[in-house]
Design a protein around this ligand. Structure first.
Ligand code: TNX
Length: 505
């Protein structure tokens, strides 16, 4: 029996013998791997009764070896040995071990013993940035569901959760210095139900307190996931302007936006507005240790700046050519601010327009042109292509798809994705591709259940494109996926089934 692991490891083969996981199982770990051992002990507790002993001679051992930090070797026979270059590698080795168990062992109420057939695996990721974006601004996702999503990312060896925390339709992170951002900006009176203009007539909202954020960040860190926050500006800011009208360009007050699409309400370019957001960033930097901070930069309409005497004055003073250069100047202010604090600004590919800020990393979403241009000019890029990685797009052409949104993006389409754009292959600039990221935008996704349906199993295919070697073999992937879906079932994930029915029908 071949090993049926997702994402596919570099090397894997069956071995003679078998391991039995039961209440006699013990665990020994190098002290540097204590946190991984604690996590694994927790995951296996239903079967082992939590008896896994620290230290001593274990039947499962976690050890350090001379390997890259994210690499591991796993040997399963009468014992289980994981040798890793560092805690991340040990964690991934332990995740692979979990996948070798029968799926029933992943249940919260699992009762062993479980037998694991002998196996040998050597593994390491292809890319360092293996991300998923979760839009908690369009629809708020309660903390418990975010934690669960992190567990599911980690199961697939993804290591970045890009949290889209602010947008026109809601501000989701408590900022002590500017409390109205959540008091007023986290709530809207109703939501558009689709693209036909119909409204649901129900209020929607929610936000994370700073304690919630700390908890999410720590929970993710224990699973080797970095939470990268996004504060989207200068467009996508209507919720902030609704809370603090002085941030906007109009005299009339605004409400938190209730409809979807690209809005006209953008930040003004006053010094006080830049200061306001630098104050916001001070709190964000304290909460998120991530080396990368995303400041959006996407879809900023320029008509309010064209009509604003203050913006026009700014353009004249700075000797800029147009509003595109004004946006570039605006982003530069934050690039310098973050760089001075040892962090790197990430922006969507629109930040290329009007001149890229020196330290900026580009998240390329409108196809791959932005990735190519940014990499060739020496900037790191993350491939977030909407033609391959937007999980809010429907998964099939059928009427029954719950979100008749976007073009069709099938599981096979995602599996065929290659993170290094074809145009860059063979060029030294290809080394600027840090990795790739799939995106779960949530205009029309209002529950964790619905999010499961959109994300899975496509997220498993995505994981393979960033973790595994560039060769693709669809039949091989589908065979491994067939073994993987029962794991998702055991974990309570309501993924899309190729043969239906929809979870809610
Ligand atoms: C474009 S990706 C957006 C989002 C939408 C998404 C819907 C990006 C930078 N902007 O605001 O939610 O399309 O697919």
């Amino acid at each position: 029996m071949p090993l049926l692991i997702v994402p596919k490891p570099v090397k894997h083969e069956p071995r003679p013998g078998a391991f039995v996981l039961d209440r006699e199982t013990s665990l020994a770990a190098d002290p540097a791997l204590g946190e991984v051992a604690a996590w694994l002990r927790g995951e296996l507790a239903p079967v082992t009764g939590g008896q896994l002993l620290p230290g001593g001679s274990g039947t499962i051992t976690l050890a350090l070896g001379d390997l890259p930090p994210e690499a591991y070797r796993l040997a399963v026979g009468a014992t289980v040995e994981i040798v890793a270059g560092g805690p991340a590698g040990a964690f991934y080795g332990a995740q692979t071990f979990r996948q070798l168990l029968p799926p029933a062992a992943l249940r919260k109420a699992a009762r062993g013993p479980f037998e694991v057939p002998g196996a040998y695996v050597e593994d390491a990721p292809r890319f360092g940035w293996r991300g998923a974006l979760l839009d908690v601004a369009r629809h708020f996702m309660p903390k418990r569901d975010v934690l669960r999503f992190i567990d599911l990312l980690a199961l697939h060896k993804l290591n970045v959760l890009h949290l889209h925390l602010t947008d026109d339709q809601g501000w989701r992170i408590e900022i002590r210095r500017h409390p109205r951002l959540t008091e007023a900006g986290a709530w809207r009176k109703e939501s558009q139900t689709g693209w036909n203009g119909a409204m649901d007539g129900r209020p929607h909202g929610g936000y994370y307190t700073q304690d919630d954020i700390r908890e999410i960040v720590a929970y993710a860190a224990a699973r080797h996931v970095t939470v990268v926050p996004e504060i989207d500006l200068p467009g996508h800011t209507q919720a902030a302007i609704a809370a603090y009208p002085e941030l906007g360009n109009l005299d009339t007050p605004l409400e938190v936006r209730t409809t979807w699409g690209v809005g006209h309400n953008v930040l003004n370019v006053e010094d006080s507005t830049i200061k306001f957001f630098q104050d916001v960033l001070d709190e964000v930097l304290e909460l998120f240790p991530s080396p990368y901070i995303v400041l959006g930069g996407d879809e900023c309409r320029k008509d309010q700046w064209k009509a604003s005497p203050a913006a026009q004055r700014r353009i004249a003073e700075l000797g800029l050519r147009d509003e595109e250069e004004l946006q570039s100047w605006f982003i530069h202010q934050f690039d310098a601010y973050l760089t001075a604090r040892g962090r790197r600004l990430v922006g969507w590919d629109e930040i290329l327009e009007g001149g890229l800020a020196p330290g900026a990393v580009v998240a390329s979403w409108r196809g791959e042109l932005g990735a190519v241009a940014a990499a060739r000019s020496g900037h790191d890029v993350i491939n977030c292509s909407n033609t391959s990685l937007y999980l809010d797009y429907r998964q099939g052409p059928g009427e029954e798809e719950p979100v008749p949104f976007g073009p069709v993006l099938t599981l096979e389409d995602v599996y065929a994705f290659e993170p290094v754009p074809a145009e860059l292959r063979g060029e030294p600039a290809a080394a600027h591709v840090l990795g790739a990221q799939c995106g779960l935008w949530t205009e029309l996704i209002d529950s964790s259940r619905h999010a499961d349906y959109m994300a899975f199993p496509r997220l498993a295919a995505f994981a393979e494109t960033v973790w595994s070697s560039p060769e693709r073999d669809l039949d091989d992937f589908l065979a491994r996926l067939a073994a993987h879906l029962p794991r998702l079932d055991a974990l309570g994930v309501e993924y899309r089934r190729a043969d239906g029915p929809l979870p809610w029908q």
